[in-house]
Design a protein around this ligand. Structure first.
Ligand SMILES: [Zn+2]
Length: 73
C-alpha cells in the first residue's frame, strides 16, 4: 500500500505514481510544464518505455537515486 512507482527527472524533479499509468500521467504533466521541448518529442509509448527502464519501486518517502544515466543538477 505504501509502495509506489517513482523516478527522478533529468532536472532532479522527483515524480511518483501508484502505478505505471499514474506515473506516466504525473511525468506528462511535469514535462509539459517544465520541459515543453522534451514533451513534444516524447509520446506516450516512449514515456512508458522510459518508465519501464528507469522507474523503481519507492516505499514510503523519497529515497530516489539519480536518473539513470542522466545529468545531475
Ligand atoms: Zn524535469
Amino acid at each position: 500500500m505504501n509502495a509506489a512507482l517513482a523516478m527522478r527527472c533529468v532536472c532532479g524533479h522527483y515524480a511518483e505514481g501508484v502505478d505505471e499509468d499514474d506515473l506516466a500521467r504525473v511525468l506528462r504533466v511535469h514535462l509539459d510544464r517544465e520541459h515543453p521541448e522534451i514533451a513534444v518529442d516524447v509520446d506516450d509509448d516512449e514515456l512508458r518505455t522510459i518508465i519501464g527502464a528507469c522507474a523503481y519501486v519507492a516505499i514510503g518517502g523519497e529515497a530516489a537515486p539519480p536518473f539513470a544515466g542522466g545529468v545531475r543538477g
